[in-house]
Design a protein around this ligand. Structure first.
Ligand SMILES: Cc1cc2nc3c(=O)[nH]c(=O)nc-3n(C[C@H](O)[C@H](O)[C@H](O)COP(=O)(O)OP(=O)(O)OC[C@H]3O[C@@H](n4cnc5c(N)ncnc54)[C@H](O)[C@@H]3O)c2cc1C
Length: 88
């Protein structure tokens, strides 16, 4: 009764990926929510819809871009066990 089994889509910095048009024009993603995806969906839906309708990324979504991993700009969420910096 008190256990579960399954997959949770975790990212290395425990933060979701919300991005689009990079590199494929018209392809948007909203994933990697781990354990907090459904309480965030109303706000995310609003901003992702704005992004998809206009093609311009709202300021609030910019830090969640996919290229943060390539650019060593991980979010360093407090829930993460490791604090990432550009040096590690
Ligand atoms: C045990 C547990 C507890 C949680 N508790 C909370 C909580 O208290 N509060 C909270 O906010 N969040 C919680 N979450 C997290 C939340 O459930 C998820 O973050 C959220 O459901 C993710 O939504 P999503 O639409 O991004 O992905 P998902 O809900 O995983 O949807 C992805 C969909 O894509 C489908 N799919 C996958 N591959 C393919 C493919 N190749 N082709 C077609 N379809 C495909 C899958 O079948 C699935 O339907 C919890 C999660 C777990 C596991």
């Amino acid at each position: 009764m008190r256990i579960w089994g399954g997959l949770a889509d975790m990212t290395p910095d425990m933060a979701p990926i919300m991005d689009g048009n990079d590199p494929i024009e018209g392809f948007y993603m909203d994933c990697g929510w781990g354990y907090f995806g459904f309480k965030s969906c109303s706000a995310v839906g609003k901003y992702m819809a704005q992004y998809m309708a206009s093609g311009h990324c709202p300021e609030i979504l910019k830090p969640f871009n996919l290229r943060r991993y390539e650019n060593h700009q991980l979010m360093g969420e407090t829930a993460a066990l490791v604090s990432y910096t550009p040096d590690n």
